[in-house]
Design a protein around this ligand. Structure first.
Ligand code: ZN
Length: 284
């Protein structure tokens, strides 16, 4: 699964894919994003890219390092805690800095994730290590707004905005239609899917939001297949159990093509029929 498949912001996805393939992800990255689930996903993938043992197709997703990093259980990937406080303080950063000079447990290096706000003092302490980074250390810093970070810190890191500023919120209506479609996909009869997709013809914006949401559901179903997580919504579990991995990927492709057609002002009735037919086709 590539970064482009995880991110709605496809340009950033592509950029990260190319950097990962060539092992050129900057030693410090700042992820600007409000969605903590997305931050977790992207940072696990950056960690995997950094630790991957493969020579090509990085992160391969198959080697031991990738596997552990993607599942969040790699001993050399550490997330800084605030120690019960509101933000990460200078103490935690200093501890991290001394730790990053200690040899890795089993990986080729170490990854440090800082997902909580940092005090100014903490950021200044971090700056020193960003200016002269130790070998084989990857820092991943997440923030809701990159302007909350010191300019000096930002200037030493690669900034990736995971969601664009004009990303629309998914309306309740679009969410409900996406759920109906997700429930209808595994059904063997055609009618529920036709009924669910008929709601898409109301407006172009509704079509866009529903497809975005549906794409997220499919991604969750696919992740379950890879990682075998327990829990989650019934319709996601059913998608993941009933469909083959390849079918889910094909349906995701259908959704991506539909998004493009929607952007190119394709007739909504035609598009909704096309989606329905192609989802059914992809199941075989
Ligand atoms: Zn790998």
């Amino acid at each position: 699964m590539s970064f482009s498949e995880i991110l709605n912001n496809r340009e950033v996805g592509k950029q990260l894919d190319i950097l990962a393939q060539n092992r050129r992800i900057p030693h410090a990255v700042v992820l600007e994003c409000r969605d903590s689930k997305l931050i977790n996903k992207v940072s696990a993938r950056i960690a995997a890219a950094f630790l991957c043992e493969s020579e090509s197709d990085i992160p391969c997703g198959r080697c031991k390092a990738c596997n552990k990093a993607l599942r969040g259980i790699h001993p050399d990937v550490k997330t800084l805690s605030t120690g019960g406080k509101q933000s990460v303080g200078v103490g935690e950063i200093r501890e991290m800095i001394s730790d990053c000079y200690i040899t890795a447990n089993e990986g080729i290096g170490k990854v440090y994730c800082i997902f909580d706000k940092m005090t100014t003092e903490a950021q200044n302490a971090l700056l020193k290590v960003l200016e002269e980074p130790p070998q084989r250390v990857q820092f991943i810093i997440a923030t809701e707004k990159s302007t909350l970070l010191l300019k000096t810190v930002l200037s030493r890191a690669g900034l990736f905005k995971l969601t664009s500023d004009n990303d629309d919120k998914i309306s309740a209506e679009a969410f409900d239609i996406a759920v109906e479609i997700a429930k209808a996909i595994p059904e063997s009869v055609e009618l529920p899917l036709i009924a669910a997709t008929s709601g898409l013809t109301k407006s172009r914006d509704l079509m866009k939001q529903t497809l975005d949401q549906l794409s997220e559901f499919l991604m969750e179903a696919l992740e379950r297949k890879y990682l075998g997580e327990s829990g989650g919504e019934d319709y996601i579990i059913r998608l993941s159990n009933v469909l083959k991995r390849n079918s889910i990927i094909k349906i995701m492709d259908v959704i991506n093509k539909a998004r493009e057609s929607n952007e190119h002002n394709c007739n909504l009735n035609v598009l909704s029929t096309w989606i329905c037919a192609n989802i059914r086709e992809s199941k075989h």
